[in-house]
Design a binder for this molecule. Structure first.
Ligand code: SF4
Length: 260
């Protein structure tokens, strides 16, 4: 099944389902995925074998000059983005200069596209690094992944690479003191004989309890859109997503944005 990689460091602009006209920044390799998760639904496909593929990350200087050139072009054409979004071929906070690149981006945004928001889509796995947390606190939309309130489901669905401490990650999400948005993908399916479904009663109860503790500004809930590495995944339909959103709103009185 076809999956998708961004072949540039600065890409787009693209119309994002969740964010508007978005200029993307890919801090990962342009020809392969690099992520601390290997989600079954990942649109970038699977992480390659690190022994076979050497990940080459863009330098801080390259990110700066590419973004400056693109924002200048867009300014001349009077088509500035609504949002500058860190996403791309994996987990942006894995970049060793992530924090400095966020500072550069804020400075370029202020100079060339003052109305654009800065968003980071992260899988929440690097929150044990204080510099990553401090950088995420500086952006307008700090969007962090939480696909389940149950570790076993995260283990199957998000497939953490290497050491992963779920309870510590939750404590770190709580420590943002509400300055975050939680993004959650709802899905069901089967992998290697294990079935999963993060829409069941047990799942929703555990998830809502964690969201209650984390107190995010809002939730973004969605389901798969593009091709994924696995065919045995089932999209959750719009009516089901709406029902889940209503339940969360009624229980927690929180803003829930739904994209199908
Ligand atoms: S966190 Fe995002 S990039 Fe990483 S594997 Fe999951 S979907 Fe793919």
């Amino acid at each position: 099944m076809a999956t998708f990689l961004f072949d540039k460091t600065v890409f787009g602009p693209v119309k994002s389902r969740r964010l508007g006209i978005s200029l993307g920044i890919n801090l990962l390799p342009n020809d392969s995925k690099l992520c601390s998760f290997d989600c079954l639904y990942c649109e970038c496909g699977w992480n390659p074998d690190p022994k076979k593929v050497k990940a080459v990350l863009p330098s801080r200087e390259w990110v700066y000059s590419s973004l400056e050139a693109q924002l200048t072009r867009m300014s001349v054409e009077n088509e500035l983005p609504d949002v500058i979004t860190f996403a791309g071929n994996g987990e942006p906070t894995l970049h060793p200069d992530f924090s400095a690149i966020i500072d550069d981006t804020i400075s370029l945004r202020n100079k060339l596209a003052s109305k654009a928001r800065i968003a980071v889509l992260s899988n929440s796995t690097m929150l044990h690094k204080p510099a990553v947390v401090e950088a995420l606190k500086k952006v307008d939309d700090n969007i962090l992944k939480l696909d389940s309130g149950i570790f076993e489901t995260i283990r199957v669905l998000n497939a953490p690479v290497g050491y992963f401490d779920f309870e510590k990650m939750i404590r770190q999400l709580i420590a943002f003191d509400g300055r975050l948005i939680i993004q959650t993908l709802f899905i069901r399916g089967e992998f290697n004989g294990v079935t999963f479904d993060n829409t069941t009663e047990k799942e929703l109860s555990a998830y809502i309890e964690l969201v209650r503790q984390i107190k995010p500004l809002k939730l973004m809930i969605y389901t798969i859109d593009r091709d994924t590495p696995l065919k045995s995944l089932e999209k959750v339909n719009q009516a089901e997503l709406n029902k889940i959103a209503s339940r969360i709103r009624e229980t927690l009185n929180i803003d829930v944005e739904v994209s199908a």
